[in-house]
Write a protein that binds this ligand. Structure first.
Ligand code: COA
Length: 169
């Protein structure tokens, strides 16, 4: 049976940290759905379709065709677990950075398990070189004119720069 994994997030925007998790998740599941959430406790800078488009462009550029064929990028609204059920996901994948992520992530995983005890959450520790990355700080650095080229793809960097240039007018 095909094991489907769901990797949910706000992805505002996707970073090299998220991409690292996508690549590693593909060694665990047969198919991965990257699920971009509309209902998040953040106020995203990019619209939901823009966030999904940035992910699609990044995975196309970064993954070999055999892996690319196993990834889908979808948007969803409402409860994550309802969406996971509709996608027939066996597992939810989440990246864990520093200890600071732990409390929030475990709380979310436990609540999600209460909603559906058949879908487990798997945590993948962020790689050493992406531990400190956060979409929020990347946006701040970009807005203030700093170099973000080692945190996001060239395409995402271009879109962020464009957005902040428009804001400055
Ligand atoms: N390396 C580096 N950085 C990483 C990373 C990694 N491997 N994984 C995550 N991050 C960073 C992101 O850049 C982001 O930074 P920011 O907080 O500065 O923006 C942060 O960690 C987490 O963002 P993201 O991965 O996009 O996920 P999220 O925590 O915003 O996602 C949802 C939350 C979407 C999963 C959650 O709100 C949800 O499930 N919503 C649907 C509604 C629902 O079901 N609610 C009930 C939940 S119990």
């Amino acid at each position: 049976m095909t094991k489907i994994g769901l990797y949910p997030g706000t992805f505002d925007p996707i970073t090299v940290g998220h991409m690292d998790i996508i690549k590693r998740a593909l060694s665990i599941v047969d198919k991965l759905v990257v699920a971009v959430a509309l209902d998040t406790n953040k106020k995203p800078l990019f619209g939901i379709e823009e966030r999904a488009a940035l992910i699609k462009a990044d995975i196309k550029a970064a993954l070999p065709p055999s892996d690319l064929a196993r990834v889908e990028v979808k948007t969803f609204s409402g409860l994550l677990m309802k969406f996971a059920e509709s996608e027939k996901a066996a597992v939810i994948i989440r990246g864990l950075r520093a200890i600071s992520d732990f409390e929030y992530e475990v709380q979310m995983a436990c609540l999600n398990l209460k909603l559906n005890s058949e879908i487990q959450t798997i945590f993948l520790p962020a790689s050493e070189n992406t531990q400190f990355i956060s979409s929020r700080f990347i946006k701040e650095i970009s807005r203030l004119g700093g170099d973000i080229s080692c945190f996001v793809s060239k395409n995402t960097e271009k879109e962020l720069t464009k957005l902040f240039a428009k804001e400055a007018i």
